[in-house]
Structure formats: C-alpha cells, structure tokens
Design a protein around this ligand. Sequence first.
Ligand code: ADP
Ligand code: MG
Ligand code: MG
Length: 907
Amino acid sequence: MQKYVYYFGDGHAEGNAGMKNVLGGKGAGLAEMTNIGVPVPPGFTISTDVCTYFYAHDKNYPPELKDAVAENLARVEQSVGKKFGDPDKPLLVSVRSGARASMPGMMDTILNLGLNDETIQGLAKHDERFALDSYRRFIQMYSDVVLEVDKEHFEHELFALRDRAGVKTDAEIPAEALRELVATYKGIVREKSGKDFPQDVQQQLWGAIGAVFNSWNNQRAITYRKLNGIPDDWGTAVNVQSMVFGNMGNDCATGVAFTRNPSTGEKRFFGEYLANAQGEDVVAGIRTPLPISKAQAIENQKSLEETMPEVYAQLEDVYKKLEAHYRDMQDIEFTIEHLKLYLLQTRTGKRTGFAAVKIACDMVDEGLINHTEAVSRVEAGQIVQLLAPVFDIDEKQKALKGGRLLGRGLPAGPGAAAGRIAFNAERAVAMAKDDPVVLVRIETSPEDIAGMHSAAGILTTRGGLTSHAAVVARGMGRPCVVGAGSVRVDYGRAEMRSEGHEPLEEGDWVSIDGTTGEILSGKLPTKPSEIIQVLLEKTMKPEDSEVYRNFDRLLKWADEIRTLGVRTNADTPQDARVARLFGAHGIGLCRTEHMFFQEERILRVREMILARNEAGRRKALDEILPYQKADFEGIFRELDGMPVTIRLLDPPLHEFLPQTEGQMSTVAREMGWGFVELRAKVNQLHESNPMLGHRGCRLAVTYPEIYEMQVRAIFQAACAVKKDGIDARPEVMIPLVGTVKELTMLSEMVRRVAAETLKEQETELPIIVGTMIEIPRAALIADKLGEVAEFFSFGTNDLTQMTFGYSRDDAGSFLPEYVDKKILPKDPFESIDQEGVGQLVRLGTQRGRGANGSLKVGVCGEHGGDPDSIRFFRTCDLNYVSCSPYRVPVARLAAAQAELEFKHFEG
Ligand code: ADP
Ligand code: MG
Ligand code: MG
C-alpha cells in the first residue's frame, strides 16, 4: 500500500531532507530537524502524491487517506498529551502548505485549528484572554482561506475595536472586548458565507487540507509557477502540526533568524523577534520586531539575548547545529512557549551578492564546503552587486557633521543610493525615466514591485530585515534601508519628516546607505566599489579589502572549472584594460566604427563618404589610417598575447553624416561644400530601413578600399607593437555575411592586403579571417561558410532581430506587453531565445564544424553576459562568449556553473 502520510515527532521522523519531492520543502525540513534532535512540535506531512491523486481523481482523496490521517493525529495527541476536539485539553494544530520550491502564490497557513465554542473552555482555564485572542485569529484565518470570506471584514471590526478601546496594539485589547469580537466575527461568517462557522473539528481539518490542495491551482499559484518554471504536476504537500504558542504572555515569543547576516554575509547569528506574539505578526510589519542578539541591538532595544538568556543560548546551539548539518546559511522560524524553544521551519536563506560571496568563501575556509560547491552557491548575476558604487566616506562624514542625517534604519540591502524621493510605485516608475529615484514607503507590498525595480534605492519606515521590502530589495540587489522609525511618511501630503529637519517632498534628493542604515538629505556623491578601487584605480590594496579578496578567489575557482572561454567586447584600450583586469582572455568584438566618430576623424570620414570618386575616397582613407593604426596599437598593447577579434566597418554610412540642417550647414562650411549640395548627398544616402540596408560587408562590396585601409591599419599596428616585443594576435572579422560569395571575395581581399602589409613590414604573423553569423541565412549555409572562415562569431543581437523580424530599436513599444501576456517568456534581446534563435546557433555551429573541424566559435551579442544564455551556449559547445567589460566576472562564474550543470547532465 502506498504511503501517503509521514509522521515527525519525539526525535524521530519518517521522512528526511532528501525527500523534498514527496514532503515539500517545509515538510522535509521539519522531518530533518526532528531527526537531528532539534525541538520541533510533532506533526505529520500529507505527501505531494495526494495532491497528484486529488487532481487525477476529480478532487477525491485516496481511500486509505482518512485512516492514515486519523492514525497520525492520534500519534500527535499521544505525544503532546492533548486531544483534538477535547473540551478539557484540546489539541490545536496548524495547517501549512509546502511545495518543493517555496511558492508565495499558495495558501496561507492556518493557525489554532481545532478551536470551537467548547474547546476554547480548555484553553481559557489557563488564560482566558489568550484563548479568545487565539480564537479570533483562527476564525479570521480560516474564514479568509477556506470559506473565502475576505479578511478585510474582520480587520475592519478589529481596528474599530482598537479605536473604541483606545489601544494601539492587539495585545492590549482586554478579554471582555475580545469576547464580543469573537461573536461579531461569527456573525460576519454567517452573513457572508450563509453558514455558521464550523464547530466540528474534523470538518475544520479536512476543510483546511482541501483548501491547501485547491490552492495549488489558484490563479496566483499558476502564474507564479509559469514565471518560475515550476512544473504543474509537482503538487504541494500539507503539514499538520501541533501548535505551540508565542502569545501566552511575556515569557513567550516568536521570531525569525538567519544563521549568518543575509545582507553582508558576516558570520554572526542574526534575527528578530516579538514577545507575546504569534507566527505571522513578525513578517506582517505591524510592530517593528526587536533584534535577537545584544550585538545587533541599537540604542536601548531589548534583545532576546537580554530578555531570555537561557532560551537564547538554546537557540544558539540549534542554529549552529543546523548550519553544520546543512552546510549552508539557514533561514529559520522559531517560537518560544513559556521559555521553551521550538523550531518551526528551516530553509536555505536568500542573500545578497555580497553575502553570497562572503559566505561561500568563509565556508570554504571553515572546511564546510569545497571550491566547486562555493562556485555553485553564488548566483552569477548577483556578482555585479559587488561592483556597484558606495558613498565616499569623506563626503559622508562631512554630510553627517553638517547635520544632514535624517535618521537611521536597518541596513537591509547593501550599497549606496542617492535619488529623488517618490512616495508610491507609480511615481517612482515615471520619475525614474529622468533621474535616479529613492522609493520611500511606510512599508511595501507586492503591488510595489515595479516601483521597487525602477528605484535606485528603497526606504521604509516600518518593518524588519525580513519585511517584504527587505526581502525583495535583497533579491533585486537594490540598496535598501527599512524600519527607519524616526522618519515619518505622510502619503496624503506627499512628504517625509524627521525631527529637526525641514520636511522633504516628492522630487527632493535623499541618500540612503544600505550597508549602514543611514539616511541623509541631499545628493551624496558616490565612489567606486572596493573591487574597482583595487583592480582599476589602484587606490586600495588587496590586503585592505576583504570584498576584493573573496571576489578574486571565487572567480579563480570558477576559472578552474569552466571550459567556455570569456572574452570581452571592447573598442578602446581603456575598455580592453578594464576587461583584462576583470579576467577576460581576449577581445571577441572590437567595433571599428567608434574609432571613426572621434573629433578630428569624423571630418576625414565625411570626406571619404562624400568623395566624388574612388581617388577622392582613397585620399581621405589614407588620412584616417594613422588614427586607426594608433587605436589598434593601443588595444594590442593592452592584450599582449591574447586574441583580438576586429570587426571591419559595419554601420550604414549615413550614420556618420550630419542629420539636422543646422549641423549640415556647419559641416558644409568646414568641408568647403555648398549647403544644398551636401543636403542632396545626405538625402541620397538616406535609407528607409538602414539596419537592413547598405551596411556590413555590403559596404565593402561597393567600396573595397574602406576594408583595405582597415586591414592595412590592423597589420601595420600589429607589426609596430611586435617591434616592442608585444605579441599581437589580430583576427579579422567580416560582418553581416549572408552569402558564401561575399565571404570568399572579401576574405581573399583581406588575406591579400594583410600579406602585402606584412611583406612591407618584413614581419611574419598568422592571418586569421572569420565571419559574423548574424543573418539567419548565414547560419543555414554555415557548412559552406565554414570552408572559408577560420572562426564564427554569432552576433546574437542582429540574429535575434532578423530571426524574429523585430527591430531592436522599436521593439520596446511592444515587447514588454509580449512578456506580460506570456507570448514570450523573456525579452529575447536580453536572454537568448533558445527555441528559435538558439536553434540557429546550434545548427550553425554543427554545420560549420562539419566543414572545418578546427573552426573556433564564439558569441558576441549582449547574450554573452547573460547567465541563462551562457548555460545554453555551453550546451552548443561554443569556444567562448564575449561580453561588455563589467559583465566579464558574471560570465566567468556563469560559465563555471554551466560546466557543472552540463557535466552533471551528461553524467
Ligand atoms: P509561510 O510559508 O508563509 O512562512 P508557515 O507555514 O511557515 O507559512 O507559517 C506561518 C507562521 O506561522 C510562521 O511564523 C510559523 O512559524 C507559524 N507557525 C506555523 N505552524 C505553527 C505551529 N504549529 N505553532 C506555532 N506557530 C506556527
Ligand atoms: Mg514559514
Ligand atoms: Mg551586427
């Protein structure tokens, strides 16, 4: 007979951490904690198989489930010495959903189930107020979740009651008033659902279990699964667990904690608690919770370590045990009932990029994990957070002395942000189009996501380090300060006040330091991150920056794992230098047109374009050559010994010409042309669809002398630096090829000119010529192109543009809607469309290699720096990816992770 229910309690569980598929994340954690001797209230988990069965059988349960639940409930009763539905010693339980992956769209937990008009007597024997408080919470939660009576109706009554009683918190409402409230609540249920609140505890239990399974297919959950790629057939588990009470007086509490600081990674226990409170009160942000440790407390906050030292010591033992056992930072939930500690949840804690890197490195040093595990522990995209600017210390000191400190909150997301104040998400989105914005809220909720995303920083006046704002900001890598109680926000007046300061209004500048929690008025200047200071500016020594040292170690471990090369897209010696310092081992794309735009050169370029004949064009090109040569020399010097892929001129020529009549008359004067004549020439070069027009290798078919000059400049430069002992390795790349003939014709020309140049210079260098694959046709005929080219580089920006037929410059007007409506899973210009464009990459690579076994293949679009795309490129067996200099660290890490996954998948 199939096992559907798994018991945990009294130091032994039928499940364990490895059974997430069956027990869900929460259930597996409860089982594992029980097994390793952590105090957990006993209970049982109804497996995900029941959920699967439920949907396969028209929402019926397996016939043996009823008995299994009854048996396990009896075990729980036995264990705690109470009985479910017993008026004298009632057992109360929580009913908690729990899928394999955490799913915020699912059913809310129901606490205190098993209370009714009789069982409340049993509770009331000890403490009447507590019993009534639990009952009113239960009626509200159960009605909201199971009976679909909106919780607003109940909250409305609760708030009204608080006003009448003249108290601020629920904990101060007297028992008498609570009794009335319970009666009112029952009335609401009767009115809204047409039935009495269920008094039968079995009916309550099965109602709750059914609600969990039904919630697997509510709209929120379906949407969440789609967005996060969670399969619909996984199903959820249900946990039924005996209640422990954090709301039975001042020797009771509830809290959440991280085994290390989730914001900085510091190895210190870190968390928050509320005395005399139940479960969700901590996350709800109704009262700002207190710190658990003395070290964490500011001003005169009473930490748990001070108020309940014995329990705190127990909690310390437990967190150490859990961390050593899971070998990763844990996020835990606990409740204290009359000074006795219980753990209610443990899971891998979410963390910032800073924390992820530090924790991974520290755990290697502590011998908990190896290098490979460390590399897989840091989300590749998160590492850019470490490169973000910080406030200049001197400037901040000056501002502090100048009385600009508005207050302090909790440092919830590290980094510095200065921006204009917006008091709601909508305004933040609108204002962020012009200036950086700091979103200032009392607290945030899921409706604010878009505003949080567009903000440079987030500030809230309520809530703790596990509040919505803190969790979301950390996920997005936004600097964030929460719970800044000394700052008051008035939405009505759209202003923010703090004592001794002028109120700030929407649009005023404010600066927040998410690493320290400081809030300052005005716009504070930032300075580069420590990593930039060490690597690029050399204003800091590696030994003075732990952030840098960990960054460097982790990326070196990644380099040992990865097989995919990482190059950079760089057009200037400066960019090339930055990328090399970040660990790029070559240039995958050097665009030559940027060199044409600089001051003195543009005039010569225009002369070249406007020349009436070839002789005139060659004369102008001769004058451009020394500039190009000098640029290439600079780049070769920076990349001594590394490949430099240089793309010959790509954009349509009209891009170099003046566009407005005003500019035209200036240029006409400079060049000694008549205005009318110039305007006519500009109009003649105008194209309706320039991106599909006379550009790329098509230019060289018409004007071969342009590419000839560029090739000469490249090889003259290579020879020149070689005389200084520099090992220049140019690779010449022909853009926008769509036919074999284009490539054969132009690569012959490149080889001829390169050979001539080398001969003139009396130097020997390999001549390497390849092509970009950015027109779908080129990918399809890659077998033929592979016979001619020595390398391919997929220009995935143009390839995406042409495969979809979306203009990259105009797609912004409809792509967001495409993503919203799930026509596309993601913006294909950000992350490669594996299904379509990706197929061309895979096929082009296979066909090209079929013709030329030693063909080198890379990618040089934006996708070269996107972790998901990199994972895909590894499966296509590319040689390298090339990305912008600041994405190089991301690509190194992502390439290593891609390797680990690929190896794993290949077995
Ligand atoms: P979520 O997934 O939203 O965190 P949980 O099921 O973990 O939902 O529960 C919500 C809150 O209720 C948490 O604070 C949790 O610790 C608390 N809680 C759940 N079960 C119990 C229980 N048996 N006794 C006391 N508190 C509980
Ligand atoms: Mg929880
Ligand atoms: Mg292109």
